[in-house]
Design a protein around this ligand. Structure first.
Ligand SMILES: NC(=O)c1ccc[n+]([C@@H]2O[C@H](COP(=O)([O-])OP(=O)(O)OC[C@H]3O[C@@H](n4cnc5c(N)ncnc54)[C@H](O)[C@@H]3O)[C@@H](O)[C@H]2O)c1
Length: 263
């Protein structure tokens, strides 16, 4: 018996086998869940999610999470596939055109800034707004979005993604309240250590940053596999009254001050 036995859910953000979302999807399935995957048509074309989905027998649906009507169609199709409302939903979506173009925080292109916020944070609001409209989620369901500590503290290399993560965490609280009241659904963000993924590699000085965080964390950086283990507990019935929280899954980094291992 897995801890997600009988549960059904939708997982965004699998681009390839390094994606945090892929680790979550694999473990959810191993723990007994039925998993549906979704990503943009471009990501499905350019990444390896189609092969992964096929090899693991997970349905894969194309949708752009910034497009409300695509989310609606995605939910309707997912309902057909799983035969009713979903018990869990993972938002693992992030992208900054400004970071990609190496624009610093003081030289943002504002059209791209809007895109960063829309893709990385407002998409979460859109997914939850449409979830309510379409009764996508089951009572006592669980929603998780992946965040980073730059929402609370300044990390200059993280650029406008810091603002997106602050907004993402705020949306989790806003919807945690709404969905908790109406459906007993919980909504949390997991603030993960820096991890080697395609999105992670897009951040400037990522190797330095990962080494620094690793040295500063008493447990070391949390690996992707352990991020998945933690997210699975949040999807399980063992965390039914945990909501509206941003939980650091970072080996202790967020609570550590100055140490001999700083440099
Ligand atoms: N890697 C890290 O160091 C780290 C640390 C903390 C939090 N996170 C967060 O984890 C989440 C997953 O990122 P990852 O590191 O696994 O990298 P990743 O590149 O594997 O995943 C990012 C995903 O976002 C998807 N995406 C982009 N635009 C989209 C859109 N419009 N609609 C739907 N999907 C879209 C991409 O296709 C991709 O699958 C992101 O929110 C990221 O910010 C990552």
């Amino acid at each position: 018996m897995g801890i997600l036995s009988g549960k059904k859910g939708l997982i965004t953000g699998v681009l390839n086998e390094h994606s945090l979302a892929w680790h979550v999807a694999k473990l959810a399935q191993a723990e007994g869940a039925t998993v549906v995957l979704t990503n943009t048509p471009a990501a499905i074309r350019l990444g390896t999610v189609a092969e992964l989905a096929q090899a693991h027998g997970m349905p894969l649906l194309a949708a752009d999470a910034t497009q409300v009507e695509e989310i609606r169609a995605l939910y309707r199709e997912t309902h057909k596939l799983i035969g009713g409302p979903a018990d869990f939903l993972l938002h693992a979506i992030g992208m900054s055109p400004n970071l990609r173009k190496k624009r610093t925080y003081g030289a943002l292109n504002y059209a791209d800034y809007q895109k960063t916020l829309d893709i990385s944070a407002v998409s979460f609001h859109k997914m939850l707004q449409v979830a309510e409209e379409e009764s996508f989620l089951a009572a006592y369901g669980s929603v998780v979005a992946l965040s980073y500590i730059a929402a609370q503290r300044t990390f200059p290399f993280y650029g406008d993604m810091a603002d997106a993560k602050a907004l993402l965490e705020s949306i989790a609280r806003g919807y945690g309240y709404r969905l908790g009241k109406s459906l007993k659904v919980r909504v949390n963000t997991v603030s993960q250590s820096p991890t080697q993924t395609t999105a992670g590699a897009g951040i400037g000085d990522v190797t330095d940053m990962m080494g620094y965080a690793d040295r500063l964390s008493p447990l070391g950086n949390a690996p992707a596999e352990d991020c998945a283990r933690f997210v699975i507990t949040l999807f399980s019935d063992y965390t039914r009254f945990l909501t509206m929280q941003n939980i650091y899954h970072d080996g202790g980094y967020s609570s550590t001050g100055m140490t001999p291992d700083h440099s």
